[in-house]
Write a protein that binds this ligand. Structure first.
Ligand code: BGC
Length: 364
């Protein structure tokens, strides 16, 4: 009998918890705001949050901003009205999100910037992130390690200038690529701004901004595709052949790769990526994308929720460093990344339990 009651109690508790996760009108302790459902990266974050929250006793709600700062502000206001105590937010636009988190801060809510840093405001308490400089450096290093000979045409692409990470990724890539551009291993194929700065090993934010302004994809695979098409149309024959492409993430890498693979004057291409998106893992298995940087979202989710729970319990979250956001030094917890290519894709992404083998074809 006792056992039966406890089973019943457990069942009731889990219903309560599940109801809490998808909370409708009631009180919510942790609000989570993600930038868009249109990119698999952020749908993955949602899935990993949901998995982590299955066991949580705290009520949470996840809202998407669909690439709009106005919608993001509305989401934050909705969550404030539900009584959240902690806000976990990956901003669509790092600077524009300032006013949303300032509104939260005014209500005494603890703000955790998630993956992307919210800039130019003091209303950010913590930052959980991957090592984004290392992401960019790994992308650049892969191109260096796998390019053959001298004078290899290098096509540069970057993320959205409204995302602080886009600067960090490019900065990391530039730190390793620049010496190899200076010594003639690579020849910049598509950016006069990068060409003008090719002898500078460290770029200022303004200089990075100039290059980004020219080679941005805005994190949009379509924009990336159009830019790649325009670049290839303009490129002389000596900028084709065996080429290297710095692509900032998987979504843009796939569409850029599709463009390069249909140009008959391009004999081979190396192309970087990041996020270990399902479709890009298949591209890597098929030899259509060279590498990706695996950012284990489970760790980021764990760190963010761990911080949130510390705050709810009245404890001070542990941090490992800080990031200056243009206004303050934001205490941060940083996670390492893993470089994935055809050789280790199975071990890192399937045997590790991140994906199922059945989600891919040709994986031996
Ligand atoms: C994230 C990347 C993502 C990109 C586009 C960046 O801030 O760190 O993982 O691919 O945004 O959404």
């Amino acid at each position: 009998m006792k056992k039966k009651i406890s089973i019943l109690l457990m069942a009731m508790m889990s219903i309560f918890i599940i109801a809490g996760c998808n909370s409708g009108g009631g009180k919510v302790s942790v609000g989570i705001v993600l930038p868009t459902k249109d990119e698999p990266r952020w749908v993955q974050d949602e899935a990993r949050f949901k998995a982590a929250l299955e066991e949580s006793e705290y009520t949470t709600e996840i809202l998407f901003s669909q690439g709009s700062s106005a919608k993001e502000k509305e989401n934050v206001e909705t969550l404030i009205s539900k009584g959240i105590e902690v806000l976990i937010i990956a901003p669509h636009d790092g600077a524009a999100a300032g006013s949303a988190v300032e509104a939260a801060k005014k209500e005494g809510i603890t703000v955790i910037s998630y993956d992307r840093l919210i800039t130019d405001t003091d209303a950010v308490d913590y930052y959980v992130t991957f090592d984004s400089i290392a992401v960019g450096a790994a992308q650049g290093q892969y191109l260096i390690d796998n390019a053959e000979g001298k004078g290899v045409p290098l096509y540069l692409y970057a993320g959205a200038a409204s995302d602080n990470n886009a600067f960090l990724f490019f900065e990391g890539a530039w730190s390793v690529l620049q010496p190899k551009i200076a010594d003639g291993t690579f020849v910049i194929a598509n950016s006069s701004e990068a060409e003008a700065l090719k002898d500078k090993s460290t770029l200022t934010r303004d200089e990075l901004g100039k290059i980004l302004g020219q080679v941005t994809t805005n994190w949009d695979p379509n924009e990336a595709k159009n830019k790649a098409q325009t670049n290839l149309t303009a490129a002389a024959a000596d900028l084709k052949g065996d080429v290297a492409i710095l692509a900032p993430n998987d979504g843009t890498a796939r569409s850029i790769a599709d463009v390069f693979s249909t140009d008959s004057a391009v004999t081979s291409y190396l192309v970087s990526g990041q996020d270990a998106e399902l479709a890009s893992i298949q591209y890597i298995i098929d030899g259509k994308q060279s590498m990706t940087v695996f950012k284990d979202v489970r760790t980021l989710v764990q760190d963010a929720m761990g911080m949130a729970i510390d705050v709810l319990d009245g404890n001070t979250p542990e941090t490992t460093g800080s990031y200056n956001n243009g206004s303050i030094d934001v205490p941060a917890k940083q996670t390492n990344v893993i470089v994935v290519n055809q050789e280790n894709v199975k071990a890192e992404l399937v045997e590790s339990g991140y994906y199922e083998a059945s989600e891919f074809t040709g994986l031996d």
